[in-house]
Ligand binder design. Sequence first.
Ligand SMILES: *[C@@H]1O[C@H](CO)[C@@H](O)[C@H](O)[C@H]1NC(C)=O
Length: 146
Amino acid sequence: MAITRFFYLLCLSLVAFSVSSDGSSAHDELIKYGFPIGLLPADVKSYTLNQTTGLFSVSLSDSCRVTLPPDNYLATYSHKITGKIVENRIAELNGISVRAFFKWWGITGIRSNGKDLVFEVGMVTAKYPSKNFDKSPPCEGRRSSS
Ligand SMILES: *[C@@H]1O[C@H](CO)[C@@H](O)[C@H](O)[C@H]1NC(C)=O
């Protein structure tokens, strides 16, 4: 089904990101909260996380666009991605969008059960294995990997 495939591709694009901020990174935070590191981009410039509220903000070096084969969906990552993270759940997510059906769709949340990730676009959800996010597909212009 098209929407399912769409989300699968979205997942692949999210994998593009592996955090490499200095020292104790956003990587570590993701793992601590039950998420694979592949959800965050390699070019993270800085991030903040309030451990009490779970509110976070991730700043990338630049916005990032990915074209997702084979159907050429576009996904974009804003300069700044914000949201609220608690164990196994990211909510109020802002800054990641995918284009499909002639519209941009913002990813509003992501849930994890350790084995799978569930992506939310409003009321619509799609589930994919977390292991799809162990690695990083690239921002536009860079070599692709699975
Ligand atoms: C985290 O958020 C709480 C509630 O808004 C606030 O009281 C606290 O100062 C914040 N902590 C940091 C480190 O910003």
